[in-house]
Design a binder for this molecule. Sequence first.
Ligand code: G3H
Length: 222
Amino acid sequence: MIICSEEVVVSPPFVFLPLVKSLLRPDFHVAAQNCWVKKGGAFTGEVSAEMLVDLGIPWVILGHSERRLLLGESNEFVGDKVAYALSKNLKVIACVGETLEQRESGSTMEVVAAQTKAISERISDWTNVVVAYEPVWAIGTGKVASPAQAQEVHSVLREWFHTSVSPEVAASIRIIYGGSVNGANCKELATQPDVDGFLVGGASLKPEFVDIIKSATVKNSA
Ligand SMILES: O=C[C@H](O)COP(=O)(O)O
């Protein structure tokens, strides 16, 4: 589930999208967890952007680390997916983030910049993109990035947008954090100036998800 600037987006597996969409309150939206890289066709087992549009699904998550690492999706492939999904008028949550090995070798920013650059080389309008910074070592591990660690990467990413895309995009792009966010750590993470919301996994299935929503939306409406 994703929360940013007063928007709440729920992202169940494909097969549950219509049901969840039908049950959600109208101001909450749904996102698919992936979609195919180009126009639908003979790609057995894939779900195309066109299919999501037909179902009335407004958002899609692309480049989640599990897809990058387990399914071998390269930066370029993710960039192509983002460009195609946007061309079909889907809104995109584009995930970036480093592995523990990359963090320990000091290449966090290089990795995150390369992932973002591959998208930037393929799109010209960031209006419908939210960037989710998700350090791989923090996803589902209980090892949340400290507020300072999250802020550091978000701030450098925003600076990257300022230099490499435009000051306007840097000011308006929403950069959300994901990785072991829960009811206990959300408030401090949400106070970081460059943290615009959260991508929540495990805790979105628990009652504390309400506290997480409040922490992000109160900050953003303040
Ligand atoms: O897909 C979910 C996100 O990657 C974060 O998961 P998590 O909150 O369980 O660490």
